[in-house]
Design a protein around this ligand. Structure first.
Ligand SMILES: [Cu+2]
Length: 153
């Protein structure tokens, strides 16, 4: 391989790595951010999922503040709360499922509170300002109205 081709291959490889890093990114220092937040001042917000809506459909969060976001499915069908980019823009403390168990991970993709009263509670600290989409990915639920906006300011 001559030097020029090797140089191009190396540049392409670095570019690919850069793209992968940007699209796969999440809040890597989440543990420090969770520890730094004031959990005694935690704000609790609730979104109900139903056929076919998120209520409210827009939520605003302040970066650096501690939140509990309760997702309640009051519908007769299962629904997803899918907000992959938003979930990578917050520092995760934990997720609690119907007070039966806790899940801890650096980031998530979607939550599915089950039909007829299922509840999932998300504990996090918003980090990266922006406007993020949330949708239900089941069948045509998004087209029927299950989409919303999550804003970090
Ligand atoms: Cu749905």
């Amino acid at each position: 391989m001559n030097r020029q081709i090797r140089g191009i291959t190396l540049a392409a490889g670095m570019l690919m790595a850069g793209i992968a890093a940007a699209s796969d990114d999440y809040i890597r220092d989440y543990a420090e951010r969770v520890k730094a937040a004031d959990w005694k001042a935690m704000e609790t917000l609730t979104v109900t999922l139903d056929e076919h809506s998120f209520d409210p459909s827009e939520l605003r969060f302040k970066a650096g503040k501690a939140y509990k976001l309760q997702l309640k499915n009051i519908g007769k069908k299962d629904h997803y709360f899918t907000a992959e980019k938003f979930f990578r823009a917050v520092a995760w403390r934990k997720v609690m499922v119907d007070k039966q168990g806790e899940i801890k991970a650096p980031y998530f993709t979607a939550f599915e509170p089950l039909k007829n009263g299922g509840q999932v509670d998300l504990y996090f600290v918003p980090v990266t300002p922006g406007s993020y989409e949330v949708i239900c990915t089941i069948d045509d639920h998004k087209q029927q109205g299950m989409s919303g906006t999550l804003v970090i300011e």
